[in-house]
Design a binder for this molecule. Structure first.
Ligand SMILES: C/C1=C2N=C(/C=C3N=C(/C(C)=C4\N[C@@](C)([C@@H]5N=C1[C@](C)(CCC(=O)O)[C@H]5CC(=O)O)[C@@](C)(CC(N)=O)[C@@H]4CCC(=O)O)[C@@](C)(CC(N)=O)[C@@H]\3CCC(=O)O)C(C)(C)[C@@H]/2CCC(=O)O
Ligand SMILES: Nc1ncnc2c1ncn2[C@@H]1O[C@H](COP(=O)(O)OP(=O)(O)OP(=O)(O)O)[C@@H](O)[C@H]1O
Ligand SMILES: [Co+2]
Length: 135
């Protein structure tokens, strides 16, 4: 349906999604030596069960914070959740979560094993050193 400029918020209409999962497949998470992101398995899960209306899957280059390998960000109308330190089993939990959302036709809470990996991604500006002091 074409967008009615008087109606807010604007929403994509052709490929609507309830949420979006951005999985870091960059340096520490997915690069050489750290090829820990089961990209093929995730795509298989998403394509096999047609999960992208429930959760649009994307892979990104460096998402940070790189000291934690296995980063991902989950976006939805409820806000953003950053996850760090994902291991193989956690990626399959994410696929299971997306399948559950599709089945129940709503956003479900993340399972405890994923919530345990939730990060406060952003710094307190009062504590952030924006530039290194020259010594
Ligand atoms: C237009 C388009 C569609 N994709 C659909 C559904 C799915 N796409 C997934 C994923 C992960 C990928 N899709 C790309 C192929 C990407 N999708 C497109 C494009 C924008 C254009 C395709 C085209 O014109 O033929 C395409 C990007 C491109 O420039 O080619 C993908 C390459 C995007 C990316 N960079 O990650 C990627 C391919 C991953 C892979 O290796 O297979 C989904 C898993 C959805 C998701 N992101 O969660 C899902 C998979 C569908 C499937 O292949 O079974 C639509 C069907 C909605 C749409 C196709 C529309 C059309 O063909 O007219
Ligand atoms: N539940 C499903 N069962 C079987 N096939 C599905 C299912 N969901 C999606 N598909 C397949 O995936 C394709 C894309 O589905 P989707 O509805 O997300 O996009 P679309 O609006 O059809 O895409 P476009 O119109 O851009 O081609 C469909 O044409 C269909 O082949
Ligand atoms: Co696509």
């Amino acid at each position: 349906m074409p967008h009615d400029p008087d109606s807010l918020p604007r929403r994509p209409w052709k490929h609507p999604a309830l949420s979006q999962l951005i999985v870091c497949a960059g340096g520490t998470c997915g690069g050489p030596g750290g090829a820990r992101v089961p990209r093929r398995d995730l795509l298989e899960a998403w394509k096999g069960a047609y999960l992208w209306r429930a959760c649009h899957l994307s892979f990104s280059d460096c998402l940070g914070p790189c000291e934690l390998a296995g980063n991902a960000c989950l976006l939805s109308a409820a806000g953003s959740v950053w996850l760090g330190g994902l291991e193989e089993r956690h990626y399959s939990l994410l696929a299971g979560w997306a399948a559950g959302c599709k089945q129940e036709r709503r956003l479900l809470p993340l399972p405890d094993a994923l919530r345990a990996l939730e990060l406060e991604r952003f710094a307190d500006p009062r504590e952030l050193e924006f530039e290194r002091k020259k010594s």
